[in-house]
Design a protein around this ligand. Sequence first.
Ligand SMILES: [Zn+2]
Length: 97
Amino acid sequence: MENKMSILGVEYEIVSPEELNAGEEQIGGFHDGFERKLFVAQHEVKEFMRTCLLHEALHAMFFEAGFENYSDDEKLISALEHLLPKVSGEFKRHNLI
Ligand SMILES: [Zn+2]
């Protein structure tokens, strides 16, 4: 996985440690908008890592757009993580992106 990603023109570093823990719980990822980092734990299933990266990039997108309340809304981010690829696939099919 490339280790840089532009989020609304701001360069984020993608950090992919073997595992991530939040207290006792193992987690797939998190984002740090102040340090401009997206953390995504390594996983043998690439699709899982891709979904985690999209999730963290969506947090960062709202953060960079100045919508910190949306950035902190896990329900909204989780919904978009699943819905966005379906819609963007149609845009690609119609050569709109
Ligand atoms: Zn999240």
